[in-house]
Design a protein around this ligand. Structure first.
Ligand code: DX5
Ligand code: ZN
Length: 222
């Protein structure tokens, strides 16, 4: 599906007993990227998966792997996730005391560099590094679990970062993640987001994965 708006199913809510089939369903339904949530049980309360499973997923699909690192000291693992086949590595500003260096390390490894921030972190925290970012991710839930309620107060932050990226003539993706559904997506679209991550709205859609992706895509088509 070619569109300037991208849908990135977050496989954290997939049925891991049938992961290959679930990924194939996403591909067939026109998913643009796969979003991979890496959680370490320290930075966020949940634990999910590491480079081993990213490497396994890499063998199951040719879709870009959009790897969201919700881990402390992410710089320790950038090379491992790159070797595993990540396309984009996104780090949290809250975990990176040397953020310019970390983003540069990601680029030097040959991945796209993403930066993200929690709902309670102001846009100003990442504005100094926007020129280095290939992707800016705005969290619309506090990270750690799928299925949480969308926080509407982050919508103005998306608009502010859209304006900041435009003023830099930056082609960086502006991605949103957390509680994205057919109801909430239009608010993020209007604010200037162009990549939409969704876990529950896709993998727990009552009519299945393809219907979940289709319901989001319809909102992008107008
Ligand atoms: C939140 C993760 C998200 C999450 C999205 O910690 O970064 O990617 O799994 O889940 P939904 O779409 O269900 O809010
Ligand atoms: Zn995520």
């Amino acid at each position: 599906m070619t569109s300037s708006y991208l849908i990135a199913p977050s496989i954290v809510a997939a049925d891991f007993l049938h992961l290959e089939e679930q990924i194939a369903l996403c591909e067939q339904a026109g998913a643009d990227w796969l979003h991979v949530d890496v959680m370490d049980g320290h930075y966020v309360p949940n634990i999910t998966l590491g480079p081993f499973l990213v490497e396994t997923i890499r063998r199951a699909t040719s879709l870009p792997l959009d790897v969201h690192l919700m881990i402390e000291q992410p710089e320790r693992y950038l090379e491992a996730f790159t070797r595993a086949g990540a396309s984009t590595l996104t780090v949290h500003v809250e975990t990176c005391p040397h953020l310019h260096r970390t983003l540069q390390q990601i680029k030097d490894l040959g991945c796209q560099a993403g930066v993200t921030l929690n709902p309670g972190t102001p846009a100003s925290a990442i504005e100094p590094v926007l020129h280095l970012a290939d992707l800016v991710l705005v969290m619309s839930v506090n990270p750690g679990f799928s299925g949480q309620a969308f926080l509407p107060e982050v919508v103005p932050k998306v608009a502010r970062l859209r304006a900041a990226l435009d003023s830099l003539d930056s082609p960086a993706y502006l991605e949103v993640d957390g509680g994205i559904s057919a109801e909430t997506l239009p608010h993020m679209l209007d604010a200037g987001a162009n990549v939409f991550v969704a876990a529950s709205a896709i993998f727990h859609h009552p009519q299945g994965v393809a219907a979940g992706i289709q319901a989001l895509r319809e909102k992008l088509l107008g």
